[in-house]
Each structure stands twice: as structure tokens, then as C-alpha cells.
Ligand binder design. Sequence first.
Ligand SMILES: Cc1cc2nc3c(=O)[nH]c(=O)nc-3n(C[C@H](O)[C@H](O)[C@H](O)COP(=O)(O)OP(=O)(O)OC[C@H]3O[C@@H](n4cnc5c(N)ncnc54)[C@H](O)[C@@H]3O)c2cc1C
Length: 391
Amino acid sequence: MSKTISKAKKETRGFLTDEHMMFRDSVRKFIEKEIEPNYEQWEKDRIIPRELWTKLGEQGFLCPSVDEKYGGMGVDFIFDVVISEEFARVGAGLSGIGLHSNVVTPYITSFGTEQQKQKYLPKFASGEWISAIAMTEPGAGSDLQKIETTAIKDGSDYIVNGQKTFITNGILSDVVIVACKTDPKAVPAHNGVSLLIIERGMEGFTRGRKLDKVGMHSQDTAELIFENVRVPAENLLGDEGKGFLYLMHKLQQERLLTAVGAIVAATDMLELTLQYVKEREAFGRLIGKFQNTQFTLAEIATQVKIGQTFVDDLIIRHMEGQNIVTEVSMAKWWITDMARKISADCMQLHGGYGYMEEYKIARRYRDIAVTPIFAGSNEIMKVIIAKNLGL
Ligand SMILES: Cc1cc2nc3c(=O)[nH]c(=O)nc-3n(C[C@H](O)[C@H](O)[C@H](O)COP(=O)(O)OP(=O)(O)OC[C@H]3O[C@@H](n4cnc5c(N)ncnc54)[C@H](O)[C@@H]3O)c2cc1C
């Protein structure tokens, strides 16, 4: 039995079947062969090559829950979780792949017409087309009602003008779901928001800067510019004026998977640090024998365990279709905040080596910092929780 299979078999999480564990094993084998040997280079290149996407597609590692008739495998959400966890074990730079499969694709499966599903889903599943979702603008992030990108009807087309920023897969994407104002005067403002599917090659659609980030280096993040882009009305996703509602509906899964990624990163930071303090000595003792180290790691291990237990419960409830917006908001803020804090503690226990790029904890420290900010900032998560507490 291979080392990876025996590791996978140790799983005790109740929702994982033998099929999920076998699938995890095949994802791990793929990562060992195709991703780990190249990951450092992609971090330096500040992008992941397109070839990886098509290789992932060949293996069924993109959009696995999409129906078989549209090129997916028609499997349950746990398969998406397994892929997200395995990618997160390597590093946060792969998160654009999860965004494609688990955030953008569900908009098409839930709100797309039959024609849109047939056009986009098979190419999303094969990796031939890479997707992105563009909500944020230079002047509007948390307050999405304030977006200024407009899509004004002209005959049977929309004319789109505006700019988006911080867009994951911004450079590589072939298909972008863009939040626009089809009725800029609507009251309340969110009733004027619609989603349009904009494709690479449409005249007037260009990329701005590839943004230089503190971390998540291999994930491309970019600005998108729309200047009089003529978009056929058939590229409207769902109904006009319902874009904001659709976004709110789909954010539960995005935020849950952000929490999944953060708990994987936290677990990895704990393991890296445990290993380090069991090897490094000072004053004739292992670092792990100082009470400060023991208490710090005991606290971290407790928080990681609590976070994992919470996330696992939410994974099941999300798969059952429950409305768990409040709980997912709690998990998103608490786990990302915890992971960010422990990244500093784990770096501290590595001493000077922790600040060196050759130690993985340094990259974890850089990468985790964004998780309390994106997918809805942690302050916005608390706004949602407070609102649902009746405040
Ligand atoms: C690496 C990366 C990838 C991203 N990928 C995407 C993507 O693919 N698509 C996309 O559309 N966007 C993406 N984003 C954008 C991200 O979702 C936004 O950055 C985020 O929603 C915050 O918006 P903002 O940056 O405009 O901050 P602002 O909204 O300006 O917030 C600034 C600060 O004020 C706080 N704040 C705002 N409102 C309140 C309030 N009501 N109460 C209390 N505090 C408040 C915020 O929490 C934050 O701390 C990405 C961002 C990053 C960094």
C-alpha cells in the first residue's frame, strides 16, 4: 500500500466514503507528479500555466459536481471539498482553480439557460476555458451596491462600460461573470444589478495590470477594463435586476470553502511548527521542551480542532441544502482570523528561519493574510451575523 493511501485511510471524518478517500488519493498522486515539482517556479512566475488546467480537466479534477451531460462527473459536493483541501495543502496560489470550479461554475449551473450550460460547462470542466467572477471595483468592494460598471441596453445587446479590480484568474480567464448596473437609477440600488457573461475577444474588453500581491503569488489577480463592450442579451445570466440576489445566494459556498482552505493552512502551520520544535535546540533543550512553546502549540492545536469540527459540520449542512449563512459567516471570520494569528505564532517559534523563504511557514504567513479580507471581509461577516441576531 502506498504512503498516500495509508494517509488517506486514517481519515475519521464521518462524511468521507471510500470513494471520496480513493478520489483524494488520486488527487494527491496528481499533485505529487504535476504540481509539487513546479509550484516554486509558478510562484516565481506569478502565474499557473494553462496546461495545468487542461491536465486537471483530463483527470476530472475541475467542476466534478457538474452533471455528466455537461462534461462533469455528477458527484457530490464532498468531491469539491476534497480537491480544495488537497490544493490548499500545497499552497494558496492554487485557489483560483477552486474559484473556477466551486464559485463561478455554480452560477451557470444554477442560473444559466440550457444554451449557456451547453456552451460553457463542458469547456469549464475540460479546462479549455478558465473562468472568473468580477464584482469588485476600484471604488466599491464591501459595498457592492455602489458598483459603477454599467450595462445599458442597445437593441438586443448591452453596452458595458467600467472597470473591475482584484479579479482572481483575471489574466487567464476566458469567461468572466461581471456584475453590472443595468439600471443605474434603481432604488434601492441593488435592484439595478445584473450579471453578464463576458468573453475573451469581445471588442473593448481588455486586461489592466496584473497586480503585485503580498502573497498567493502563483494566483493571478488582475484589473479588467470594459470600454463600450457590446454583449449580446443572450449573455445575461438569469433575470435582469436579480444579480445582487444571485451573488448573495452563492456567497455561502464561496465563504465555506474559504474557511475550508484556511483550516487546512492552519493545520499545516501547526504540523510544520511541531516538526520544527521537535528538532531545533537552544540552551541544551529542544525548543518544544520550553513551556512557552508547549502552551502556544497546545492553544493552536485546540483552535485548529475546534475550527475543523465546525467546518465539517457546515460541510454536511451545506450539502443538505440548509441555509447556514449565519454559521458560514461565523466560520469564515473565526477560522481565517485564527489562522492569520497563528501564522505569526508559528513563525515566531521557527525563529529567524521562519522568516526565510525556504521555510514553508514564511509563505503560509504571507498567503494567509488575505483570507480575513477577501470573499467578504471579516467585518462584513460580523455585520451579517449581527443582523441575523436581530441587531
Ligand atoms: C487576492 C484577492 C483576490 C480577490 N478576488 C476577487 C475576485 O475574484 N472577484 C471579486 O469580485 N473580488 C475579488 N477580491 C476583492 C475582495 O472581495 C475585496 O477586496 C473585499 O470584498 C473588500 O473590499 P475592498 O477591498 O474594497 O475593501 P473596503 O470595502 O474598502 O473595506 C476597507 C475596510 O473597511 C471595512 N469595512 C467596510 N465596510 C464596513 C462596514 N459596514 N462595517 C465595518 N467595517 C467595514 C472592511 O472590512 C475593510 O477592513 C479579491 C481581493 C483580493 C485581495
